[in-house]
Design a protein around this ligand. Sequence first.
Ligand SMILES: Cc1cc2nc3c(=O)[nH]c(=O)nc-3n(C[C@H](O)[C@H](O)[C@H](O)COP(=O)(O)O)c2cc1C
Length: 188
Amino acid sequence: MGKEILVLTGSPRRKGNSDRLADAFIEGALSAGHRAHKFEAAYKNIHGCRACNMCWSTGTEPCVVKDDFFELAPLIESCSLAVFVSPLYFWGFSSQLKTAWDRFYAYGREDGAKRIAIRESALLLTLGDTEDATCRHAVGTYRDIAEYLGWKDRGIIVAKGVNGKTDVAKHPALSQARELGRSIAAIA
Ligand SMILES: Cc1cc2nc3c(=O)[nH]c(=O)nc-3n(C[C@H](O)[C@H](O)[C@H](O)COP(=O)(O)O)c2cc1C
């Protein structure tokens, strides 16, 4: 049966490197009968977590900050797989992705834990540098978040050495992302 997949992107560059990885993944997933929901954090009005700890205080809503997180929340509650997509910015995730990701805080708490549908995750990352070590913090952060929220990692694809907006078009990561989307249900 097809999966419902949340693809959460973090680059402000449309048709840039990470966006192309996201689209390749989606193309593969759709070809295998899955449904993908692309949420472009860079084009949404999402504020940072206020640490007010008022999550679920209304009984039904994840957050008291009324912004576009209310478009993301239904996907967090309906998609079983989440794919996080980002350019590397100063050794970490783009602030656009991280800001949206921080708002998952509501789903690490008891009321949210009952509602979140995500059980699996994947990471698509692009960076200008060519050293593996340069993305160690971002990859480590992804792994720690996945472990904290109890998600099974389904794959990490990193495109190194891509700086120009379309550089990833010639990078093997593009076909790897498409193949990950196509084979996602079959991975044990
Ligand atoms: C604000 C900013 C910070 C960046 N920091 C890094 C970095 O720390 N390491 C690196 O290798 N590349 C860095 N880059 C390069 C991007 O990660 C790279 O160009 C990436 O492929 C952009 O992806 P996009 O086309 O999806 O936006 C940075 C770019 C920007 C704009």
